[in-house]
Design a protein around this ligand. Structure first.
Ligand code: HEC
Length: 134
């Protein structure tokens, strides 16, 4: 009986760490797709491509929604705020681009850009192999 209890406890610990690593790996995926979308949005605005920019901005909005959910599960209110700023900014870009208003899209892009640095200062750490969550 005792051996089984110990095994169960060990297993639970392993599962816990696997899940933890899993959600951090997911997070990096969200961050990478947000960054990729941001590059496409910038290109789309420069090319004044309304529909293309709107689609890419919607994809960026979806990534920041996942990032926002991640931080709200962690209970980090400041990070949730930055992610929300980036998410609503992305939604504003999509709306402006769809209406062909590229000045407004650019202004909303600056709002999104402002959220990047704020969150990185507070929650991104430089690790041995790239960036880490803190
Ligand atoms: C809510 C917090 C938050 C916001 C907002 C945010 N980031 Fe991040 N970012 C992080 C964290 C935490 C990491 C470290 C973990 C990782 O690498 O995914 C990171 C990592 C990165 C990386 C390194 C990815 C890699 O290769 O490991 C890049 C590039 C990046 N962010 C760009 C951006 C840009 C551009 C924006 C704004 C459009 C942005 N981030 C907005 C939290 C945020």
């Amino acid at each position: 009986m005792r051996v089984i209890k110990v095994l169960v406890a060990l297993l639970a610990t392993v599962v816990f760490f696997v899940l933890l690593a899993q959600s951090d790996a997911d997070y990096m995926g969200f961050m990478k797709s947000a960054v990729a979308s941001k590059g496409k949005v910038a290109k789309g605005i420069a090319a004044k491509d309304g529909p293309g920019t709107a689609a890419d901005a919607k994809a960026m909005e979806a990534s920041f929604k996942q990032i926002e959910d991640y931080w709200s599960k962690k209970g980090a209110a400041d990070a949730v705020g930055f992610a929300k700023q980036a998410r609503t900014g992305s939604a504003d870009i999509a709306k402006a681009a769809a209406a062909g208003d590229f000045d407004a899209a650019n202004a909303a892009m600056a709002t999104v850009g402002g959220a990047c640095g704020g969150c990185h200062m507070a929650h991104r750490a430089k690790g041995a192999d790239g960036f880490q969550i803190k």
